[in-house]
Design a protein around this ligand. Structure first.
Ligand code: MN3
Length: 199
């Protein structure tokens, strides 16, 4: 099988109280698994079989909607689990902080713009920090799309599909996004992707 569901990099109850065991049981064990299984089935016999996940995502966008939706969501979720950690949201590593201040004016403004992107994403989708034209910018995308298919390199994403927050926050998407940036983000993982994206 080409796509594989990774284990979470922490236990299911490690992100409480900001993201519960129940949310991770549904979101990782069921939703992400479904993208993996559907993606593997839809990949069979296509021109993208044997290609890297990123090549499948970019190649199938606009050409094979079923495959793209599942492969895109597989890419997004693979990273989403790593973009969080227990007791996250702390200090941002120096080089990344500098790039954020260059892009947004301040760390607070970056958080505000990131949350706003998630709040204003109508329906299902994701909000992002991405490197575009050598600058860190906030973006939002629908469904399983990501900056990868919009000319930018994603370095942080937050899932704003209702399955990501409805158990813990009900309809309070802004509270979920604020908890994500303040208490869940693994900024070391973001810094690593930023360094790679700006190489
Ligand atoms: Mn999801």
């Amino acid at each position: 099988m080409t796509f594989v569901l990774p284990d979470l990099p922490y236990s299911h109850d490690a992100l409480g109280p900001y993201m519960s065991r129940e949310t991770l049981e549904y979101h990782h064990d069921k939703h992400h698994l479904a993208y993996v299984n559907n993606g593997n089935n839809l990949l069979k016999g296509t021109e993208w079989e044997g290609k890297s996940l990123e090549e499948v995502v970019k190649g199938s966008f606009g050409k094979n909607a079923g495959l793209f939706n599942n492969a895109g969501q597989h890419w997004n979720h693979l990273h989403f689990w790593k973009w969080m950690k227990p007791a996250g949201g702390g200090k941002i590593p120096g080089a990344l902080e500098k790039a954020i201040v260059e892009g947004f004016g301040s760390v607070d403004k970056m958080k505000e713009d990131f949350v706003q992107a998630g709040v204003t994403q109508f329906g299902s989708g994701w909000c992002w920090l991405a490197v575009k034209d050598h600058k860190v910018v906030a973006m939002k995308t629908a469904n399983g799309e990501s900056p990868l298919v919009h000319g930018a390199k994603p370095i942080l994403g937050c899932d704003v599909w209702e399955h990501s927050y409805y158990i813990d926050y009900r309809n309070r998407r802004p509270d979920y996004l604020k908890a994500f940036v303040d208490h869940l983000v693994n900024w070391e993982a973001v810094a690593e992707m930023h360094a790679h994206a700006t190489k």
